[in-house]
Design a protein around this ligand. Structure first.
Ligand code: DAH
Length: 344
C-alpha cells in the first residue's frame, strides 16, 4: 500500500512542470507542509511491519529528497524571472502605455444617429438579413416584374425547398416586419447591413449599412417629416448645415423625396466631393404609401406616416471624408486607429 502510494506520488512529482509561481506554491502546499503528503507518508511508515520498514525506509527518504529538490528547482526557476531592480532603475518613469481598441467609424456614426433619434422618442428595431420576397419587395409595393425591382441588384439564395430568399437590399424590410407585428403608433429606426450585387470599387460595395426610419400615427404629415429630418441634420452636422428636398420616386412612399445637405466638406462652395455643386444627397424619404400600410394590416384611412432611409457609409464619408468605401471592410489598423478610442 505505502509502496504503491510512494510510487504514484513520485511519478506525479517527476511529471510536475510549473508554469507560474502559483503552481510552485501549490506544489509546496500539497507535498511539503506539515499536513502535506511527505509528512503523511512518514506517519503511515510508522505503522508498517519491521521487514517492510527495512525496504521502505530508503524509498521514502528518496521520495522526500525528490520532492524537496523539485520544489527548490521550481522556486529558482520563477525567482529568476523576478525583476532585478538596480540602483539606476527610475521608478518614477511612467509605465508603458497600451492601446485600447477603437470603435469602427461606422459603429460610431450609427451610434450617433441612433442617439439623435432616441431623443425624439424613436425606438431601435432590427430584422433578418436573409429576407423573403414579401418583406423586401412585395409588401413595399414593388409588384412582381416591376422594373423598380431592378433599382436594387439583388443576391438570391435558393432554399432546399426550392424557394428563393434574398439578402435584403435595404432595411425598409424591417418597416414591414415592425408594422405586421402591431398597430400604430410606430416610431422606430432600424439600423442594419444590406447587400447588393455590385462590383466592389472605391464607390460601391456588395454590402453596406443603412438606417431606416418610420413614424406612423394619426395625422402625421410631410411637415413632420421635414421637421424631423431638419433636426437630425443640424444635430449631426451642425446648425449651419443647409437642407433641401428634391422630388423623387420610391415604390413604398408617395410622395417621395431625396434630401440634400450643403456639402459638409466645402460648406457649399463647391469641391470634389459635391462635384462642384455645393450639395450632397444624404437620404431618401417620403410619406408611406397607403398600399404599404394596407399590406401590413394598418388602416390607411386612419393612419399616415413617413419613412426615410440613409446609408451609414455615406453619412460617415460626409463626416470624415473617407474617399474609398473598401476601407470600411479591410480591417486596416492604421485606418481604424484614427477614430475615437473607447473603453468598451
Ligand atoms: N430603401 C431605399 C434604398 O435602399 C431608401 C429609402 C428611400 C428608404 C425612401 C425609405 C424611403 O424609407 O422612404 O434606396
Amino acid at each position: 500500500m505505502l509502496h504503491d502510494k510512494i510510487k504514484q506520488y513520485s511519478e506525479e512529482i517527476a511529471a510536475f512542470s510549473p508554469s507560474s509561481s502559483a503552481d510552485v506554491e501549490n506544489f509546496r502546499l500539497k507535498f511539503l507542509v506539515s499536513k502535506g503528503i511527505v509528512k503523511t507518508l512518514f506517519e503511515e511508515f510508522k505503522e508498517v511491519s519491521t521487514e517492510e520498514k527495512r525496504v521502505l525506509g530508503k524509498v521514502l527518504n528518496e521520495f522526500k529528497q525528490l520532492a524537496e529538490a523539485k520544489f527548490k528547482d521550481a522556486q529558482e526557476q520563477f525567482a529568476s524571472a523576478k525583476v532585478d531592480l538596480k540602483n539606476e532603475d527610475d521608478l518614477t518613469l511612467p509605465g508603458q502605455g497600451f492601446s485600447l481598441g477603437s470603435r469602427h467609424p461606422l459603429s460610431l456614426v450609427r451610434k450617433e444617429i441612433v442617439e439623435i433619434f432616441k431623443k425624439l422618442g424613436f425606438i431601435v428595431s432590427e430584422g433578418p438579413e436573409i429576407e423573403d420576397d414579401w418583406h423586401n419587395f412585395s409588401a413595399l409595393n414593388f409588384p412582381p416584374e416591376h422594373p423598380a425591382r431592378d433599382m436594387q441588384d439583388t443576391f438570391f439564395i435558393k432554399k432546399q425547398d426550392g424557394n428563393d430568399m434574398a439578402l435584403r437590399t435595404h432595411t425598409s424590410s424591417v418597416q414591414v416586419r415592425l408594422m405586421e407585428a402591431g398597430q400604430p403608433p410606430f416610431r422606430a429606426i432600424m439600423p442594419g447591413r444590406v447587400y447588393r450585387n455590385e462590383a466592389i470599387s472605391a464607390r460601391a460595395h456588395c454590402f453596406f449599412h443603412q438606417v431606416e426610419g418610420l413614424y406612423i400615427d394619426e395625422n402625421v404629415s410631410f411637415a413632420d417629416l421635414k421637421q424631423t429630418l431638419y433636426h437630425f441634420v443640424k444635430e449631426l452636422y451642425g446648425d449651419d448645415t443647409k437642407v433641401r428636398f428634391r422630388p423623387s420616386y420610391f415604390p413604398f412612399t408617395e410622395p417621395s423625396a431625396e434630401m440634400d445637405i450643403s456639402c459638409t466638406i466645402c460648406k457649399g462652395a463647391g469641391c470634389q466631393l459635391c462635384k462642384g455643386s455645393g450639395w450632397v444627397e444624404i437620404l431618401g424619404c417620403g410619406m408611406v404609401d397607403p398600399n404599404v400600410l394596407d399590406n401590413c394590416n394598418i388602416d390607411s384611412k386612419k393612419y399616415s406616416g413617413f419613412a426615410f432611409g440613409m446609408g451609414i457609409e455615406r453619412v460617415t464619408n460626409l463626416k470624415y471624408e473617407i474617399k474609398d468605401l473598401r476601407l470600411f471592410s479591410e480591417n486596416d489598423v492604421n485606418f481604424l486607429a484614427q477614430f475615437e478610442s473607447e473603453i468598451i
